[in-house]
Write a protein that binds this ligand. Sequence first.
Ligand code: SF4
Length: 368
Amino acid sequence: MLRIYPEEYRQFQCIASACRHSCCVGWEIVVDEQTAKRYQQAEGDFAKTVRGALAHTDDGTVFRMEQGRCAMLQKDGLCRIIREWGDSSLCEICREHPRFHNRFPGVWESGLGLCCEEAARLTLTRQAPLRLCAEETDDLQSERPDEKTTAVLHLRGAALALLQNRSMPLFHRLSLLLALGTDAQLCLEREDIGALLCLCNAYGDEAHHGELWQMLSARVPSDRDPAWPVRRMALYLSRLPALETAWQTDMIKLLRGCPRRLMLFGRRAEIFYEQLACALLFRYFSADCLNERDALGACRFTVLAVLLCLSLEMRLSPRGTGGNAARLDIVRRFSAEVEYQPQALAHLRTMIWEEPAFETSALLRALV
Ligand code: SF4
């Protein structure tokens, strides 16, 4: 079994009481069955306190919320269960968050979700390009990635290399990512693994990127509004239930005045947004390709997320004075409101294929 994870994955440590946007506030925490059983069987006064903090709902056993905070969260921002019993007594969600895992034949991938402020800081403020670690695990040694999984992982490697070609403006790299996603989609639909591997050579080699960009940019229609995709995305997001009303308010602000000249504005934070694009591609590209035969959707989602976060930064801080602190907050909110809201994510992933403003040509217009 091959284990793949970004370099910073192992460095992550919850900052607990120093966290300004704790995951124990505002989210309902569902307790897995095994842990719920353990809590029911535990003895002692504290076990009674834990059981008193549980509620049974349609979602299963959850921690009760008191004024929007998990009932086990102390005033100082620390968890009572960790204090009394230690980390190993946490339920699965609390133990794992913000880590995510994707499993494919012979491969187990793990990463850090960007809705956690510490995970976002580690992931997005790194100057060096994203580096993935790969190691063989002792368990299930005999299981190896199959041919398709191997091809998709290679192609994602090429896509990441493309996004990390810092000799080109980020918007040009994102445009080429859409071209890669379009070509990969055709290969997946035809189940043509050989052609998928050929794409690795075509897009993975830095020497070809300039030429590919020239060919692509000549085909981009100039008669469309570059802000159209972000405006439509803001419209959808403004209509969906949100964790914070401020998010809906910001979406309405974008809808009413969507910034232009994003490319110029984004130049001051190209590495930050490159890291965002790489983190999203790492999380979604292989999973979507292998589970849903959807390469282009993952690329469109990545591009839309960068455009939305950048537009919001420009709208809220037109001179870019907020720096990385403001950017991190925007990405954290995007992740919490979109990536970690099943309804919003599912809606957006469907619209990516149905909404004309999210077609590749419209996204290219926003980037070129
Ligand atoms: S959001 Fe991240 S840093 Fe904050 S409490 Fe949760 S896991 Fe810890």
